[in-house]
Write a protein that binds this ligand. Structure first.
Ligand code: CP
Ligand code: NVA
Length: 302
């Protein structure tokens, strides 16, 4: 494993190795056991979109690993004035030991990996959000003990979160159902991958059907970063694609609810369901820190 560009690139074994290391690092942090695996290393963090969790968890995580994080806003980099990513990659590779990037196009992340010579970590693109889904898988395993026999149901937009969840959950052996409006389905590449899992994958435009027998329900905003101009249109298209009490009745008893955050209460999830599952949702947010530290150690140690 040289980079973390998308969940499609990871084998099941690699995912499980990251989750095991994340559990260990979480244990060590809670017990005051130092783990300076990245002493003397530097991570550049390029942000072309806003962030609370990704920025703070990578920055803190790097510090806890003994390394040094550099926050690089695209407003201040030459990349924001049109310097090609191919050149940026080759320059930054000479100063840094790794790069985390949050941007729009997946191609930009893939180009950084192709032209640079250091590990690249995808901190969210329009296509996927692998760091978030590794934290989600860590949280599911933490609460449920294992992935065996579990069903994950995603309600809403066939977006970056849906894409990564479909791939990640199928790869660790879970069943997956997704409910999204016909015009907002995940891209063909993801659906083709999922079809290879036969009846372990199901897609519908009826949320109640998708939620039947689910052990984990997940949703995300109706309008992602960069889609603010379509917010009103999307509100109409996604009406009814909400995690609420009626939907929860369809799920298995003791079903978890996750949300990558930020959440829009009374849109994709009701305040009531959100608060009833706040312990899971905020553990999920915390697990970003541990899962990403595991990724950085795997990619950047030695
Ligand atoms: N979930 C997530 O990636 O949050 P941020 O946008 O705050 O980083
Ligand atoms: N789908 C959301 C996820 C935010 C973490 C977005 O891309 O804005």
């Amino acid at each position: 494993m040289k980079h973390l560009l998308k969940m499609l690139d990871l084998s099941t074994e690699e995912i499980i190795e990251i989750l095991n290391l994340a559990d260990q690092l979480k244990y060590e942090l809670k017990h005051g056991i130092p783990h300076p695996h990245l002493k003397g290393k530097t991570l550049g963090m390029i942000f072309q979109k806003a962030s609370t969790r990704t920025r703070v968890s990578f920055e803190t995580g790097m510090y806890q690993l003994g390394g040094y994080p550099l926050f690089l806003s695209s407003n201040d980099l030459q990349i924001g004035r049109g310097e090609p990513v191919q050149d940026t990659a080759r320059v930054l590779s000479r100063y840094l030991d790794g790069i985390m990037i949050r941007t729009f196009e997946q191609k930009e992340v893939e180009d950084l990996a192709e032209y640079g010579s250091i590990p690249i970590i995808n901190g969210l693109t329009d296509f996927c959000h692998p760091c978030q889904v590794l934290a989600d898988l860590m949280t599911i395993r933490e609460f449920k003990g294992s992935f065996d026999g579990l069903k994950m149901c995603f309600i809403g937009d066939g977006n970056n979160m849906a894409n990564s969840l479909i791939v990640g959950c199928l790869k660790v052996g879970m069943s997956v159902s997704i409910a999204c409006p016909d015009d907002y389905q995940p891209p063909k590449e993801i659906l083709d991958f999922a079809k290879g899992y036969g009846d372990k994958f199901e897609m519908t435009n009826v949320p109640m059907q998708a939620a039947k027998g689910a052990d984990v329900l997940i949703t995300d905003v109706w309008a992602s970063m960069g889609q603010e101009g379509e917010a009103e249109k999307r509100k109409k298209a996604f009406a009814g694609y909400q995690i609420n009490d009626e939907l929860m009745v369809q799920a298995n008893e003791g079903a978890m609810v996750l949300h990558c955050l930020p959440a829009h209460r009374e849109e994709e999830i009701t305040e009531k369901v959100f608060e009833a599952h706040a312990n899971e949702i905020f553990e999920e947010a915390e697990n970003r820190l541990h899962a990403q530290k595991a990724v950085m150690v795997k990619l950047m140690a030695n």
